[in-house]
Design a protein around this ligand. Structure first.
Ligand SMILES: Cc1cc2nc3c(=O)[nH]c(=O)nc-3n(C[C@H](O)[C@H](O)[C@H](O)COP(=O)(O)OP(=O)(O)OC[C@H]3O[C@@H](n4cnc5c(N)ncnc54)[C@H](O)[C@@H]3O)c2cc1C
Length: 437
């Protein structure tokens, strides 16, 4: 008999665990509360601006192994564009350009070569960066020391210069962690340096070559349907029924019950509490101490083709609230502001004006282009804040309830809240279940 599994939540964590388990022969029931799959990864047509848009530009990296496995299964791995070497062109508020391009040498020398050629920095800034990467590579900081610090303190300890922080570290930290260095665990930061800068084949950026739903979401639903999954959309699970240490059923909002052999909860941490009920939530009560950080995306459409300006596809922006800008179509860009607590307090109109102004300051060639429509998306609970205190609040996939497993970018994957964190959590939950049969 085929084993049955219920997966609650149709974000990347839920979809990946469902796909990995369907691939192993499980009969899957996928339940999603909202009217669309994808969770925090989705695309839609915005009638007001006339734009097809993603909720937010997503950047991947060449170390996203679990994500690639997931995309290979659902058949869209070829919809990713891989850089050959890490290459970012930065534009600053004075209109200057600086290219950061890794060399062809083996890691970490490839990066050292890139940093040496990065003209935004002076020699002492560059030496400070190389010194810190080397110390991490040689394990000069102990695990317990790194776990006790946020990254701003690690920068103090390793004498990072202001320029090294603002013109090199911050753009990457904010992009990867959606948090400032003072809200980013030094332990997670050091792991990221190892994966992204020190290990072979980890540092290149990877961009989706198309809209998010077409790459990450709809093909997964088709895959599940081909594997005879039952797909329940627009209905939320309102609670769990326990029988001692096992989960006996899920209760849907219309009070119908779903009974399967195993259950994966892949809902965000702030939704998990309501599913469990008070008596079981006490085992996870530290989740109350996780916090969320917003990301704001500004989609701008121009009156003319901008392709000639965006020859590398995107720019990092320095010295402005806007941090990145990506060309999405020949006349359309997406401006990204992460760790956006302050900016998110502004109105959408104010944010659109600010983004356009900053964009035209950093990339003066855009001044002759007119913005014909704008759409601002504020994702207030985009990711959890990965500070040092978050480390011991993230639960493992395996729980005290024998047939209930957790997935989600907030579970203990060792990674920040990313597509890869979500896909890895789905993979871990699936593997924990496979161990039991
Ligand atoms: C604007 C933005 C930009 C980002 N940029 C990047 C990036 O550049 N690179 C990167 O790697 N990552 C990025 N991320 C992070 C990434 O999108 C997330 O980490 C990932 O999508 C989280 O997936 P998840 O499945 O864990 O959670 P979610 O996507 O939140 O999915 C959870 C699902 O559970 C459903 N649910 C909740 N309660 C119930 C219930 N009771 N019953 C049934 N269903 C329920 C929800 O509706 C939701 O669909 C970004 C996120 C945002 C918002």
């Amino acid at each position: 008999m085929r084993k049955e599994i219920s997966v609650i939540g149709g974000g990347i964590a839920g979809l990946s665990s469902a796909v990995f388990l369907a691939n192993k022969g499980f009969r899957v029931i996928l339940i999603e509360a909202s009217p669309k799959f994808g969770g925090r990864v989705y695309s839609f047509f915005d009638k007001a601006s006339g734009l097809q848009i993603d909720n937010g530009q997503h950047i991947l990296a060449s170390w996203y192994k679990n994500t690639f496995d997931y995309l290979k299964l659902i058949g869209t791995f070829d919809k990713l564009s891989f850089q050959k070497q890490l290459e970012v062109v930065f534009a600053d508020e004075k209109g200057s350009r600086y290219s950061l391009k890794a060399s062809k040498l083996p890691p970490p020398l490839h990066l050292a070569g890139g940093i040496m050629g990065y003209k935004a920095l002076g020699l002492s800034d560059k030496m400070a960066i190389v010194r810190l990467v080397n110390k991490i590579k040689k394990n000069k900081y102990s695990e317990s020391e790194l776990k006790s610090l946020n990254t701003d303190k690690l920068f103090d300890l390793s004498s990072q210069t202001e320029k090294a922080i603002n013109y090199f570290w911050k753009p990457f930290i904010i992009a990867v962690f959606n948090a400032e260095p003072e809200n980013t665990s030094a332990y997670m930061f050091a792991n990221m340096i190892r994966m992204g800068f020190i290990e072979k084949g980890g540092s290149e950026l990877v961009l989706p070559n198309g809209f998010l739903s077409d790459i990450f979401v709809e093909p997964a639903i088709e895959y599940l349907r081909r594997h005879e999954a039952e797909i329940i959309l627009n209905k939320s699970i309102k609670g769990f029924k326990f029988n001692n240490n096992t989960l006996s059923s899920l209760i849907l909002e219309d009070n119908t019950e779903i009974k399967t052999d195993f259950y994966v909860s892949a809902v965000p941490f702030f939704n998990f509490k309501t599913l469990l009920g008070e008596s079981y939530y006490k085992y996870f009560s530290r989740l109350n101490e996780l916090h969320s950080s917003p990301i704001v995306n500004i989609h701008l459409k121009f009156d003319k083709d901008i392709t000639g300006i965006f020859t590398t596809g995107f720019f990092g922006l320095l010295g402005t609230s806007s941090q990145w800008v990506f060309k999405v179509a020949k006349d359309q860009v997406c401006v990204v502001i992460s760790a956006a607590e302050k900016i998110a307090e502004k109105t959408k109109e104010e944010i659109a004006i600010l983004a356009e102004k900053e964009l035209k300051t950093c990339i003066p060639e855009l001044k002759e282009f007119k913005v014909t429509s704008a759409r601002v998306i504020k994702e207030m609970r985009a990711t959890f804040v990965p500070d040092k205190d978050s480390l011991n609040k993230r639960p493992a996939a395996k729980t005290a309830v024998t047939n209930l497993f957790l997935a989600g970018d907030w579970t203990d994957t060792g990674l920040p809240a990313t597509i890869e964190g979500a896909a890895k959590s789905g993979n871990i939950a699936a593997n924990e279940i496979l161990k039991l049969i």
